[in-house]
Design a protein around this ligand. Structure first.
Ligand SMILES: N[C@@H](CCC(=O)N[C@@H](CS)C(=O)NCC(=O)O)C(=O)O
Length: 125
């Protein structure tokens, strides 16, 4: 019921949030080509499960852009396969969630602030 009440608000906010994300894009940091290649290889093991107009996902996407990271984004709202992966793997229907591949296994990191801290610790320097 509550979700239905918020539907018109979400419909109005969606284009506004996406336009703001586009307009207020942060500049990506620059790294020497060799370091960027290392970072690109590492981030192949990362996948962001997200909704397009979720403000928490936008916050994480902005940080990913600022850190100049090539991370695959999977829209869990529009693709049933990604939705299933998120619920089965992460255990919760909540985005953003960062899937981290380590030694052939996956870790699932929820909470936008924790995802941003994780990425900053590894890639902000
Ligand atoms: N505290 C969380 C909040 C995340 C959150 O509330 N995400 C919403 C989308 S904006 C969600 O996944 N809702 C689940 C649903 O729609 O059922 C964070 O910062 O990541």
């Amino acid at each position: 019921m509550i979700k239905l009440l918020f539907l018109p608000v979400r419909l109005i906010m969606k284009p506004i949030l996406l336009a703001m994300e586009h307009t207020l894009r942060p500049a990506p940091i620059q790294r020497p080509a060799e370091r960027q290649a290392e970072v690109d290889a590492e981030t192949k093991g990362l996948t962001l499960y997200q909704f397009r107009a979720c403000p928490f996902c936008i916050k994480v996407r902005r940080n990913i852009r600022r850190l100049n990271l090539d991370i695959e984004k999977r829209n869990a709202n529009e693709n049933p396969q990604y939705q299933e992966e998120l619920i089965d793997g992460g255990g919760r229907w909540q985005t953003p969630c960062l899937r981290i591949e380590k030694d052939g296994k996956y870790e699932w990191l929820y909470e936008s602030s924790d995802i941003i801290d994780y990425l900053n610790k590894k890639y902000a320097a």
